[in-house]
Structures are given as C-alpha cells and as structure tokens.
Design a protein around this ligand. Structure first.
Ligand SMILES: Nc1ncnc2c1ncn2[C@@H]1O[C@H](COP(=O)(O)OP(=O)(O)OP(=O)(O)O)[C@@H](O)[C@H]1O
Length: 336
C-alpha cells in the first residue's frame, strides 16, 4: 500500500459466518489501506467478499459473525470499539451509499424528514437550518428545486434522483470516508454516468476518501487512485489504477481481457472460464488455480501470499513479471 498515513487501515481481516449450520470463512486475511482523501476501488466477481469487507468496516455483520484482525479508522480501532462509539463513527465520520436507494429509505416519510432527522435529533440543529442545509446539498448533487423535493416522498422520485438524495444524505454529516457499494448498478446507463460524475466531483471537492465497490474494473480505474482486486474472499492484487495494463495477477489480467474498453483496440475479448469460488470453497492452494491458464503444480498445493510485484502487490506464485528474488512459491503463507 502507499507509505502515507492511512485514514482507513484493514489489517489481516479474517471473517467467518454461520450458514447451513456450518461456520464458513467469507474473508481470508484481507489487508487494505486508504490514505485521507484517496479513493480505492474494490473490484471482483460476485461473491468475492467486497460487500462483506465494507460491512466489517462498519461493524454491520450478521449475527454470529466472528472477526479476527483489525480495522483502524484515523488511528482508532473500530474492531475493538464499543457499539455506541461505533454508531457515532457511522453517523458522523463514515458514510455509505448502497446499490438500491429504495431499500434504504422509509417510503412513507418525506425526503426532508429523511435528510434532516439526524441533524435535528442527534446534533440539535434547528429544523429550519437543517432544511436549508439539506436543500443546499441537494443543489450540490444536481437537484435544483431542493425546497420542493424536500416535501416529496421517495415514490415521487426516479431511481437516479433518489440516489442523488442518498449522496446528499451521506454528505450531510461531513464525513471523511465514503463507502460506496455498487452505487450506480441499479440505474440506467445515462443516469449511471451522471451519478458517478456527482460522486467523483463532490468527493474531490471535499477531499473525501472513498472505498468504491464495483464489478466494473474500468469504472473503478476511472474514479479511483488505486485498485484492490478480490477473489474468493482475499485480495489477490493491489496496484495504482494507471498501471492496470501492467497487472501481475492472471485474474486481474483476465478481468482486463474480458472488458471491451480495457482490452485495447482490436483485442479479442476472452471470457473467464469456470465459475468464481467463495472463500469457504477453496483448498490449500491458490483459489484462482482451477481457472488460471498459467497454473502449475505449486499453485494447487501452496497458498500464495500478497507480496510486492510490479507497481503494487500480487498474491501469485508466478506473476506476469517474475520476481527477481527467490521464487515466490517458497515464500507462500502457512495459514492457507
Ligand atoms: N449473511 C450471510 N450469511 C452467510 N454467508 C454470506 C452472507 N452474506 C454473504 N455471504 C457469503 O459471503 C461471500 C461474500 O459475499 P459478498 O456479498 O461480500 O460478495 P460480493 O463480492 O459483494 O458480491 P456481489 O458483487 O454479488 O455483491 C459469498 O460467498 C456470500 O454467499
């Protein structure tokens, strides 16, 4: 990761959940860091553990979850924090925008109630002041007639407008970190671009750090400084967005090759064969080995550690540019 002070640090995070009466690993030794004001894109196929990583940061895991490792925010350990203090961080310092805004807003209350409630009840701001601030923020996210919108109910707004309201709600408490989990996936293509531009602009204007979760490698590269690629509950590569074409891990390279806009002009598109595995389905070796065109014997028996490779880090015994030092295979982890 970067050498600068990180606002968010996720260290050796290992999470198990109970499903079908069995305990299952869903996150395997995840390390991430986001410096203040920077954006990290968390990319991977469905089930790779992106949303659960964000939920662990917020302390919003299902009952029975066991968490090992640590999440630190601005030097404070969120994993060791009392629930009340964690709620305080969630309502003031870390904001979240989800995929489906309608699932996160009370349909019978007005947009004004939704936006001002927190300011009025937990911060003691007068209602008229809170409404003026909410209307101004709606303007910032491209909703011109804010005062009228405050009186409307969610059903009166399109999905794109409602997602802008959610972005305004996220900004209201002037947080320092935004967790955006597939914030544009449920919208049509034109609205997706508009909403993404608003997130990008407001984030940059405010110096807000962001963890941006998406399936879309190209989108992540367009709005984030660095990319972390997840596979089967682990981070398999982490690198600057501008160096994606030089990625070291075969999975990142396969994701690139499956994208029309990243493969390069005239490049043949290649779908990734096989299905992605969940963390609990993996064996002792590399989780990607069954789908990897470059897999060798070592890959099926030894778990690869995340080690410096190219311009970032990769968890691969045989990265695209071989490591100069003794073979990475010899330095594999023992905790697979
Ligand atoms: N409440 C839960 N109980 C048990 N297992 C769960 C629960 N939520 C998620 N999982 C499992 O954890 C793994 C990671 O899920 P997660 O939702 O983090 O993936 P994701 O990368 O965000 O996928 P998507 O892009 O589809 O949202 C999956 O195998 C999923 O089935």
């Amino acid at each position: 990761m970067t050498g600068t002070h990180a606002l968010l640090e996720v260290k050796n995070l290992h999470v198990t959940l109970t499903g079908d009466r069995r305990r299952r690993t869903v996150l395997h030794r995840v390390d991430l860091a986001i410096p203040a004001g920077a954006a990290l894109g968390l990319v991977g196929e469905s089930g790779s553990g992106k949303s659960l990583t964000a939920r662990t940061v917020l302390g919003l895991l299902p009952q029975g979850a066991r968490v090992e490792g640590e999440v630190r925010f601005d030097g404070r350990s969120l994993t060791a924090m009392a629930p009340a203090a964690l709620r305080g961080i969630r309502s003031h310092e870390i904001a979240m925008v989800f995929q489906d805004p309608r699932a996160h807003i009370n349909p019978v209350r007005t947009i004004g109630d939704f936006l001002t409630e927190g300011l009025v009840t937990t911060r003691g701001v007068r209602r008229a002041v809170a409404e003026a601030r909410a209307a101004a923020l709606l303007g910032e996210v491209g909703i011109a007639d804010g005062a009228r919108r405050l009186r409307q109910r969610p059903s009166e707004l399109s999905g794109g407008l409602l997602q802008r309201v959610m972005i305004a709600a996220a900004l209201l408490t002037e947080p320092r970190l935004l967790l955006a989990d597939e914030p544009t996936t449920a919208l049509d293509v034109t609205t997706q671009a508009e909403v993404m531009a608003i997130i990008d602009e407001t984030r940059l204007q405010r110096g807000l750090a962001m963890l941006f979760i998406t399936h879309d490698l190209a989108l992540a590269a367009a709005v984030c400084d660095r990319i972390a690629v997840m596979y089967a509950g682990s981070v398999v590569e982490e690198l600057p967005s501008g160096h994606l074409s030089d990625a070291e891990h075969p999975y990142t390279r396969a994701l690139m090759a499956s994208r029309p806009d990243l493969g390069g002009p005239g490049k043949k598109l290649t779908a990734i064969k096989g299905r992605p595995l969940s963390a609990f389905e993996t064996g002792p070796g590399c989780a990607f080995a069954p789908r990897c065109p470059d897999a060798r014997d070592t890959c099926t028996t030894q778990h690869p550690a995340l080690l410096p490779a190219g311009s970032g880090q990769a968890a691969c015994h045989f990265p695209h540019h071989p490591r100069a030092a003794a073979g990475a295979a010899e330095r594999s982890t023992s905790d697979a």
